[in-house]
Design a binder for this molecule. Structure first.
Ligand code: CA
Length: 726
């Protein structure tokens, strides 16, 4: 099987059109024998035994031709081995597997290596990210993976470093700071390596940064080029042509006016590469701040103006030089956190009787796009979930037809927008089956209330800088609104026909934020769920063929590989990420609450390993101090909570599902203890930074009063019920 696949891969590599490029590829600084070479990365599809780059191949299809585990025998799949992680935060990484060794990143940007058959730990590396970096991250202290080239592994750290490790020993080969660490840049995405250049982006568009992607020499760490996604504020004269063109779509008097209006457009996750066209595709994120009326206000004061290129765009660039080639903007004038950083997947298919080289994406905005990847020409787009911000995409211009009622700016009514800021699909990777000709999408529905904030002021020190009032949609104490919101939440695995632009089948999940996907030659689609399962589905019809009780929510995508001809399936389990931080913890199923048990799970046919029993659930009824603060103090606390606390501890202090439930915090009892944490930073090494630069002592105490009030409201709701808690 292995040999045959290699031959097929080589044949594909040498097929028409590729030939011209091959000489370049082999001539341009390939790594030493034994290491990962450019030729191996280009031909990765033929190397079924290994998983050598993030999306398995440069096309990022996440399809493995392996078929030893298949529709007929997947019922015999059992646990081969597992490894506990030393962090209890979100686990989002795709492992790499090279010659019988498995490498992965975990929360806090740590790296671990294992024997891929036995699970024996080989080495581990901790970059020692300072705990207080967590406050710069919108969406948990996660890391999505590694790149391999030569004898090295490359990964980014939450505090913005790019590190090269010796793959055999885990020793540091080189390390570079890639960002201005005085700003809230973070790295959570996996690098890619193209022709000896390590490409890495970053995040931070909730905190005012200006997005870019950069390339580094894999041998030395020398920076080779840097590609900004939005213009530099102020005088635009010295910018490259593509940024001068972009500047015409912004209010340049406001862009860059202070550190909180850097424009955003961070490249925090997806990339893909077509070696034949020699184009690198990057997915560009949301605006910073989100609200366009503040980011790029209209000169007449009526709201926002301009498309604000290259926000929410797919951009094609030359990997050698960082030169701009083309772009397609999915959400012009982005204002809802509608990133186009979601998985970019390349495939060749027949559309209207013609073979097309396409690029596909299901970005946050709810449309599934098929784009010509040579030219950036729009081919088609249809909604893959229920949406209300647009009624369609104009087939001639490729522009969305917007619903004006959802474009909230500085005043007027709030709007419930579908999808919300989490999107209809987030970072969780899709997968493609070339046999079924389907794209599998881990999709979900979760609307959001966008409320204008008339007097929003940027805060360059701490907290979300988005230009909406995230505290405004606060929860009435009767619980009715929360049930209503819970009723709108929906999660599903969609099998999407990209030519017909519709779902061929759908698997409904109990709620959003389910795992990334893997499709295999065995006719299977693997997916972990928020409901603590790891499942295999029939790729043709979605029938569930196998399920494993994972004890924890799973968000990461699985991989598969072989060692000595035996096929394994691996997935890094562990609940976390943006939804897990912000979801109403009380709406989760009480009998089986989602929780984080961070652990690598590895399966094979006939595997007999057993997980230890999960820790017992604590019985923790709400027991807050009485609410005695004046209403006006609580009102101040509510607004400040919405601005500075809600994103990690859930809006309305409803519990989150990963970080401490503040309604149950011991510090709630004491103003002094509360102040020591929030003002003095007593827990900064554990991720809770000081907010002294943004909040006065009185405001911090007002937040305590607000959380006490909320805890008492929920205690009243819970009265008479004994509820098992995490
Ligand atoms: Ca964002």
């Amino acid at each position: 099987m292995h040999v045959k696949r290699w031959a097929a891969g080589a044949a594909a590599l040498l097929s028409a059109g590729m030939l011209a490029n091959c000489s370049q590829i082999f001539a341009s600084g390939d790594a030493d024998a034994g290491g990962i070479t450019t030729a191996m990365l280009v031909a990765a599809d033929g190397d079924a035994a290994n998983w050598i780059s993030h999306g398995r191949t440069y096309s990022e299809q996440r399809f493995s031709p392996l078929d030893s585990v298949n529709r007929e025998n997947v019922g015999q799949l059992g646990l081969a081995w597992y490894a506990d992680m030393d962090t209890a935060r979100g686990q989002e990484a795709t492992p790499l597997v090279i010659d019988g060794k498995l490498y992965l990143t975990t929360a806090w940007s740590k790296v671990k290596a294992f024997d891929a058959t036995t699970g024996k730990p080989l080495w581990e590396f901790d970059p020692k990210v300072p705990g207080e970096t967590a406050v710069k991250a919108c969406c948990d202290v996660v890391n999505r993976g590694l790149a391999a080239y030569g004898d090295k592994l490359f990964f980014g750290t939450l505090d913005g470093r790019l590190i090269a490790l010796d793959r055999n020993t885990g020793a540091v080969a080189w390390e570079k700071v890639t960002v201005d660490q005085s700003k809230s840049y973070t790295i959570t995405g996996a690098p890619r390596v193209i022709d000896g250049k390590v490409i890495i982006g970053n995040g931070g568009a909730e905190f005012g940064v200006r997005g870019f992607v950069a390339a580094y020499n894999a041998d030395t760490g020398e920076q080779l080029w840097k590609f900004y996604t939005v213009p530099e504020g102020g005088d635009a004269k010295d910018q490259p042509a593509y940024l001068k063109k972009a500047a015409e779509t912004w209010n340049m008097d406001v862009l860059g006016a202070n550190d909180a209006i850097g424009g955003g457009g961070t490249v925090w996750d997806s990339m893909a590469y077509d070696p034949e066209l020699d184009l690198l595709y990057i997915g560009v994120g949301n605006g910073s701040p989100w609200n366009r009326a503040y980011r790029s206000p209209a000169k007449d004061g009526s709201g926002g103006e301009g498309d604000n290129l290259y926000l929410s765009s797919i951009v094609a660039i030359r990997p050698k030089t960082g030169e701009y080639v083309w772009h397609y903007q999915t959400t012009p004038g982005e204002t809802w956190d509608f990133t186009a950083t979601q998985h970019i997947m390349l495939a060749d298919m027949e559309i209207d009787g013609k073979p097309r080289k396409v690029l596909m994406q299901a970005p946050k905005n709810g449309f599934f796009y098929v784009i010509d990847r040579a030219t950036g020409q729009f081919i088609s787009a249809k909604p893959y979930i229920s949406i209300n911000w647009a009624t369609g995409v104009d087939p001639k211009t490729g522009r969305p037809i917007e619903n004006p009622e959802t474009r909230v700016d500085r005043s007027g009514k709030p709007a419930l927008v579908m999808p919300g800021a989490l999107g209809g699909h987030n970072w969780h990777p899709m997968a493609f089956s070339p046999t079924e000709k389907l794209v599998y999408i881990p999709a979900f529905e979760a609307g959001m209330m966008y409320a204008p904030e008339a007097a929003w002021k940027p805060d360059t020190a701490r907290g979300f800088n988005v230009g909406f009032n995230l505290g405004a949609g606060d929860l009435p104490p009767d619980g009715g609104f929360r049930k209503q919101v819970a009723g709108t939440l929906r999660g599903m695995l969609l099998a999407w026909d990209p030519v017909a632009q519709k779902a061929r089948w759908t698997v409904e999940h109990p709620g959003p934020w389910n795992g990334g996907l893997l499709a295999t030659g065995g006719g299977l689609v693997f997916q972990g769920t928020a409901g603590s399962e790891f499942n295999a589905y029939d790729a043709a019809n979605g029938k569930k063929l196998w399920s494993f009780a994972a004890q924890t929510g799973v968000v990461a995508p699985p991989v598969t590989y072989t060692v000595n001809g035996e096929q394994y399936v691996a997935v890094l389990a562990g609940w976390g990420g943006a939804y897990a931080l912000s979801v109403d913890g009380d709406i989760i199923d009480r009998k089986a609450p989602v929780r984080n048990i961070s652990r690598l799970l590895v399966f094979k046919l006939g595997g007999t390993a057993k997980l230890p029993a999960p820790p017992a659930l604590a019985d923790m009824p709400l027991d807050p101090p009485p609410s005695t603060a004046p209403a006006e103090v609580i009102a101040v606390g509510q607004v400040k909570y919405g601005r500075y606390c809600a994103v990690c501890h859930a809006p309305g202090a409803v519990g989150s599902t990963v970080l401490p439930d503040l309604r149950r915090a011991g510090a709630l009892e004491s103003a002094a203890t509360w102040g020591a944490v929030v003002h003095d930073g007593a827990l900064k090494d554990r991720g809770m930074a000081s907010f002294a630069g943004s909040l006065s002592k009185d405001e911090i105490e007002a937040i305590r009063a607000y959380v006490i009030k909320r805890a008492n409201e929920d205690k009243a709701l819970e009265a008479g019920k004994k509820i098992a808690r995490r």
